[in-house]
Ligand binder design. Structure first.
Ligand code: PBG
Length: 321
């Protein structure tokens, strides 16, 4: 356990301990190879897949507005995918490049989080390495550790483990320590359901499973509070610095229970399907502001210290919070 990780920079402290909703927002981004790529995602108006150069401009403008926490997802072309997502550990990937450039430019003023899962890098779209037709937990964890260390080397603030393999926080913490990364945080997607609200994200990240589903590792949508609390407490005891509940709106009750059960800061992911639901109602900016503000208050009331949301940029630009 390293409680200093969440206090390491003023940007981390503002994000986690700031009392206002504005400082608790995290904006997700989809990073692709190439130059000058700014490709809209149809089901997520306002969210684009961007090459590193465009991403840097986007985050530049975000930073000037005071939006300083960002979560990066690597999106790969089919020719870069394989059975064990090996390219995700490549220090020359667009994601690693982006982290290095952003950290060079903003240092401690930015909080960068990188997604850690195999699903965007495997040719079959599954979150793990398949052995005899099943996702092999422990083989997958070792590959996740390799990717995480490569991300830590590029200077990221928080490794955001969204894979839902057993025991991965433990292995991640151990290997971060072994490699001397004592200020790199772990944000764990501790309570992540096998939800139908991730559809637009899977379009954006091209990460839909080619066969089967994610129900052998993500949580059963019918499961009760004890399962959620068990997952959260396990990750906490293994050394997670931030505990995440995902999705957000359909699980506000779970968020409340988890926030009451753990002592570490809690994040919520206002996922792609929740974003699309708001956007597809076609609200005016004013109506959208009222809806988004209400949603953020709900997360806040249910105990979230951090809100990961595709609405972050507009909420800050339009002063909704
Ligand atoms: C990767 C990952 C997913 C999301 C975040 N990380 C997709 C999934 O688990 O299938 C979903 C985010 C969203 O829907 O906005 N495993």
């Amino acid at each position: 356990m390293r409680p200093r990780i969440n206090r390491w920079t003023s940007a981390r402290r503002d994000l986690i301990f700031g009392n206002d909703i504005r400082s608790s927002l995290v904006q997700p981004h989809f990073v692709v190879a190439g130059e000058n790529v700014n490709h809209p995602i149809q089901s997520m108006p306002g969210i684009n897949r961007q090459s590193v150069d465009v991403l840097l401009e986007t985050i530049d403008s975000d930073m000037q507005k005071g939006l300083s926490a960002h979560m990066l997802f690597l999106v790969l072309g089919h020719d870069q995918k394989d059975t064990n997502a090996s390219y995700a550990a490549d220090s020359q990937s667009p994601l690693h490049q982006a982290v290095r450039l952003l950290k060079e430019k903003y240092g401690d003023e930015i909080v960068l989080m990188t997604d850690l899962c195999l699903c965007t890098g495997t040719d079959h779209g599954h979150c793990g390495i398949i052995v005899e037709n099943r996702i092999d937990n422990d083989v997958t964890v070792e590959q996740l550790v390799k990717i995480a260390i490569s991300q830590a080397e590029s200077g990221v603030d928080y490794i955001s483990a969204s894979d839902m393999m057993d025991g991965r926080v433990n292995r991640l913490r151990m290997e971060l320590e072994n490699h001397g990364f004592t200020s790199t945080g772990i944000l764990s997607y501790s309570v992540k359901y096998a939800s139908s609200f991730y559809g637009p994200f899977r379009d954006a990240a091209d990460s839909s499973p080619q066969f089967g589903d994610r129900r052998s590792h993500q949580m059963d949508v019918r499961s009760g509070y004890s399962e959620a609390i068990m997952e959260a407490l396990t990750d906490e005891s293994e050394g997670a610095d931030i505990i995440m509940v995902k999705p957000g709106l359909p699980y506000l009750d779970v968020l409340r229970k988890v926030a009451d059960a753990v002592v570490r800061p809690v994040a919520v992911y206002n996922v792609s399907g929740e974003y699309s639901m708001v956007m597809s109602a076609n609200p005016t900016v004013e109506q959208r502001g009222a809806m988004v503000r209400e949603i953020f208050h709900a997360f806040n009331r249910a105990g979230a210290d951090i809100i990961v949301t595709y609405h972050a940029r507009e909420a800050i630009t339009e002063n909704w919070v």
